[in-house]
Design a protein around this ligand. Structure first.
Ligand code: FES
Length: 162
């Protein structure tokens, strides 16, 4: 969303209208925008603010507090490495470091080809299969450092074949 188009503004207004009768609509509005566009830049937060009367400061606070909201575009494949306690003690830090090394990005960043975003997550509720990694909702159990390059190669091959 480099510069919001007229139809983009209409869409944001439409999303705000969906929840106009809700007493606390902000999370629902932001979730729908995140799902629709993949991120919530300041420009969009300003439209939500004008439409709902909620201050930009409050909206910005919510967007930056919750990790599932993003201020910048995410890659096609979002790699979420759990760094919660159960995963951490089973080597999750080494796993995320390996993703970082192979993709040449830090957690929170996206590769320049727009293919991968690397995120560090808190517990994703899969402690029994720690360390767990989620890629676009697919959970990879008991991840080891040795599996990382194979997984990335699989996604790259999938892209090349598309
Ligand atoms: S700590 Fe990683 S899934 Fe719970």
């Amino acid at each position: 969303m480099p510069k919001l188009s007229y139809s983009g503004v209409v869409k944001i207004n439409e999303i705000c209208d969906r929840y106009k009768d809700e007493p606390t609509p902000l999370m629902m509005i932001l979730s729908d925008i995140q799902n629709e566009y993949g991120y919530i830049p300041l420009e969009v937060q300003e439209i939500v603010s004008q439409k709902t009367g909620i201050s930009v400061a409050e909206i910005y606070g919510v967007v930056t507090f919750y990790s599932f909201f993003s201020l910048t575009p995410k890659g096609k494949y979002v790699i979420g490495c759990c760094l919660g306690t159960a995963c951490y003690v089973k080597g999750a830090q080494q796993v995320i470091d390996k993703f970082s090394e192979i993709l040449s990005i830090k957690p929170g960043e996206t590769t320049t080809d727009g293919l991968f975003t690397l995120d560090a997550l808190r517990c994703i509720g899969a402690c029994g299969i720690a360390p767990a990694v989620s890629i676009n909702g697919t959970v990879y159990p008991k991840m080891s450092v040795d599996q990382v390059s194979g997984i990335i190669n699989d996604y790259r091959a999938k892209e090349a074949a598309a």
